[in-house]
Write a protein that binds this ligand. Structure first.
Ligand code: G6Q
Length: 543
């Protein structure tokens, strides 16, 4: 079954939402109306508590949003997604990152074949390999235990493992895991500077094994290793994750060191596959499995919870509401834990690469906004930086606040301070500070009347700034898996409503082709006509 091709603007719910958007109350008014709002607009699931009451919605808006998702055909689309139908139609592929974390007895078919046994065979290989490396049983060419792992990959072959490995630092073992992604030679050298060839394992991750950045970096790393340890060392120091076996063997990687991938998993959704090898090396295979289990639990929730109690569905609908009816261009993601430092960057790829599309599933240009801009940084750092614009700027920026009830190192004093900020910010963004409150505060400070009148306008906060709070018990591999899967399904729901194909990335493919033309010009072997600006820039670079 393919995804329905429903223009959302032609549904009756869209029309209704457009009417409702004209008659919005402020958040302060919504909260003044009654005390049940917080309970009405929150969802409890496992150790997740999602409070979306500080959003500009009421029961009518919620009902119309749910109407929109039903009219968009979400329920059938969700079945097609989970059952391996070719929903990535422009590439002719299924979208089955969910199969990578399915239970062993699941039966998920691609072209008639159950893929789950193959998934478990790769999982078993990851487990055996990572256990042997961590225990120091599988040794380097010099007979040493490995101390460092360098992941060489870019985009989906980098961001997920890099984000998760940092997020799970608390659960890490002795292996130092580094990430080499940019074709920038300075990045490559800075990583190589930190490691010793005799005890370094390189994991080359490339679904296609044709990506310029990854191949260049892998060749440079190989040269560096061969200079130190000789050609024969390559077999012991390089492993690869890819679908392109011929290219891997040509590179000199032994078949026992190859971890296969499948074309039914998109790069940006692949951390659950062998692409997660550096994660399993960093935190051990059991923690990697716990990450997968957490994602599988979220899959179950998304597949079966009623739409109004379904976390990814409700979060996606809020995005649609702000994006299409209230004019928001971006959303902030603010994790209140330093461990999730890379989550916004990871979500930028997942969300913006998936839903940054302007052609609908019928091949026509859309007449409405799609993919929103994602940005963010951990709190409390960001409070001392860009929060000014969220509090007092002119833009509408709905924000996700992600916090954890328990600190991993148990420092209660710090955690209370962190979480006090977490709660205070969403309250302040919602409530603001009125002119009377500002005046009262300045009077208390004993400020002179003229000076006070001058200052008052600058110190007012209008409030009415929407936030969604995700309060989770503890950052564990399991809850992290569920959190990431939650965002994956949110992306899916948005794509269904916007009537776009979320799982191709032709914009990225273009980037893969463009530079090679200019690269040929760098050594003067060719000369191509460019616009005058590009010609001038290349000439200056070459001079
Ligand atoms: C992800 C994208 C893209 C891809 C990289 C690396 O969904 O397709 O970010 O992951 O371009 O591609 P390879 O893994 O093929 O090297």
């Amino acid at each position: 079954m393919s995804l329905p091709k429903i223009n959302p603007t032609l549904t009756s719910s869209w029309n209704k939402l457009a009417q409702l958007a004209k008659d919005l109350k402020t958040l302060q008014n919504y909260f003044a109306d009654g005390t049940s709002r917080a309970q009405q607009f929150s969802i409890t699931w496992e150790s997740f508590f999602v409070d979306y009451s500080k959003n500009q919605i009421d029961k009518d808006i919620q009902a119309a949003l749910l109407g929109l998702v039903k009219e968009s055909g979400l329920e059938d689309a969700r079945k097609a997604y989970f059952s391996g139908d070719t929903i990535n139609q422009t590439e002719g592929r299924a979208v089955l990152h969910t199969a990578l974390r399915a239970k062993e007895d699941a039966d998920i078919r691609v072209n008639g074949e159950n893929v789950v046994p193959k998934v478990y065979a790769v999982r078993a290989k990851i487990k055996a390999f990572t256990n042997a490396i961590i225990a120091g049983e599988q040794k380097s060419s010099t007979g040493q235990a490995f101390t460092d792992v360098v992941n060489i990959g870019i985009g989906g072959s980098d961001l997920g493992p890099a984000m998760i490995t940092e997020a799970l630092t608390y659960y890490k073992n002795h292996l130092n895991v580094h990430f080499m992604s940019n074709v920038d030679g300075d990045h490559v050298m800075e990583v190589l500077k930190k490691v010793n060839p005799a005890s370094t394992l390189f994991v080359v991750v490339s679904k296609t094994f044709t990506t310029q950045e990854t191949l260049s970096n892998a060749i440079t790393a190989k040269k560096w290793l061969v200079e130190a340890l000789g050609e024969n060392a390559v077999a012991d120091h390089f492993v690869a994750v890819s679908t392109n076996l011929a290219a891997i063997y040509a590179f000199g990687i032994q078949s026992k060191n190859v971890f296969p991938m499948n074309d039914w998993v998109g790069g940006r959704f692949s951390l659950w596959s062998a692409v997660g090898l550096p994660i399993a090396l960093a935190v051990g295979p059991d923690n990697f499995e716990a990450l997968l289990d957490g994602a599988n639990q979220m899959d179950g929730h998304f597949a079966s919870a009623p739409l109004e109690d379904n976390i990814p569905v409700m979060l996606a609908l809020l995005t649609v509401w702000y994006n299409n009816f209230l004019g928001a261009q971006s959303e902030a993601v603010i994790p209140y834990t330093q461990y999730l430092n890379r989550l916004p960057a990871y979500l930028q790829q997942g969300i913006m690469e998936s839903n940054g599309k302007s052609v609908d599933r019928a091949g026509k240009a859309v007449s409405y906004n799609t993919g929103n801009i994602i940005w963010g940084e951990p709190g409390t750092n960001s409070q001392h930086a860009f929060f000014q614009l969220i509090h007092q700027g002119t833009k509408l920026i709905p924000a996700h606040f992600i916090g954890f009830s328990t600190a991993l190192h148990g420092n209660k004093d710090h955690h209370d301070k962190l979480m006090a900020n977490f709660f205070a910010q969403t309250e302040a963004l919602m409530s603001g500070k009125t002119e009377e409150q500002v005046r009262e505060e300045l009077i208390q400070k004993g400020m002179d009347k003229t000076e006070m009148e001058h200052l008052v306008p600058f110190k007012i906060f209008t409030g009415n700034k929407p936030t969604t709070t995700l309060l989770i018990d503890k950052l564990t591999p399991n809850t992290l898996g569920a959190l990431v899967a939650m965002y994956e399904h949110k992306i899916f729901v948005e794509g269904v409503v916007w009537n776009i194909y979320s799982y191709d990335q032709w914009g990225v493919e273009l980037g893969k082709q463009l530079a090679s033309v200019i690269l040929d010009e760098m050594d003067n072997s060719t000369s191509i006509k460019h616009d005058s600006s590009t010609t001038q820039l290349i000439a200056r670079y070459k001079s």
